[in-house]
Design a protein around this ligand. Sequence first.
Ligand SMILES: [Zn+2]
Ligand SMILES: [Zn+2]
Length: 382
Amino acid sequence: MAKKDYYDVLGVSKDASDDEIKHAYRKLSKKWHPDINKAPDAEEKFKEINEAYETLSDPQKRANYDQYGSAEGAAGGFGGGAGAGGFGNFDSGGFGFDDIFSQFFGNRQQSADPSAPRQGRDLQYQMTLEFEEAIFGKTTRIKYNREAECQTCGGSGAKPGTSPVTCSRCGGRGFVVTETNTPLGRMQSRQTCPVCHGTGKEIKEKCPTCGGSGHVDERHEVEVKVPAGIDDGQQMRLQGQGEAGANGGPYGDLYIVFRVKPSKVYTRDGSTIYVDQKISFARAALGGKIKVKTVHGDVELKIPAGTQTGTTFRLKGKGAPRLRGNGNGDERVTVTVTTPKTLNKEQRIAMEAFAKASGENIGSGKGASNFFDKVKDAFDKK
Ligand SMILES: [Zn+2]
Ligand SMILES: [Zn+2]
């Protein structure tokens, strides 16, 4: 794959501010998210957008990219952890939950001050639901790994009783300026401070639990109330259930993306549920009550005499709940009139009598089969 210009990918100018880049990224990543966008190239685009953002959102990588057309060297290559890692892998395992994670919206807005509080990363969780579970909702608990604030040091990274001090190398600015000789003259570039890694704080005595990072890995468990009427591809945000922030910033959020398994009986479009119902040609001709499956249980449906195959009936309120609003959608029942493949003697006599009463000349043998073809034709017509 030929690398596209990162600025073009995000649709921003070369001198775009960090905010403009972030804004463009959020907009595009939502638009091209493979859960939302079903275009065949959505996943590819989404990866491209993430790759562009990964470089342009990082001052160091962006500087390298502007100068050399590549962020390589600083970043150690693309396509690794961040961004689209978990997408495209929607197989459900076990009892219907996927434990697939990926960074969702990447890092949030970062202040120029490296010691300012920053919100933690958002996480994404894929939850697979049975068809009926999506319709009726359920309460469940999920477990996943996340970075949590270290309890020993309260997130500071410093050994209890000590505190981080202003970085001696960069004076708290978080970056250092280096000069290099190039054929075009001396060039200045900003590098993230190698001592404090951009935080501006230096930890002299590291916290023994987290080793100075302020974060620890934790297996986190949270209760999820799946709303009744959720549909495939929709998502839900759980505030503060993402990863721990930096410098005392708040936790990020958890996005739960729902996948709904198809049903063998029903199809669904929003709050409307569709079902196909077979009826005999006698029932179609004479009319009467039939039993129809709905997700709310079997119901009786009265069909009029002379019902044709392909006719659709509406069962009000027997569909899926509407997520925003009151009540349920409808179920739509489409009837198919079936022709018997074989007839016993009694049925044959009755059918021949029927044909005679209809003024059709039915003989035995070949004639009879012609007759059934006609019956079939009559009932197969829409
Ligand atoms: Zn700690
Ligand atoms: Zn420093």
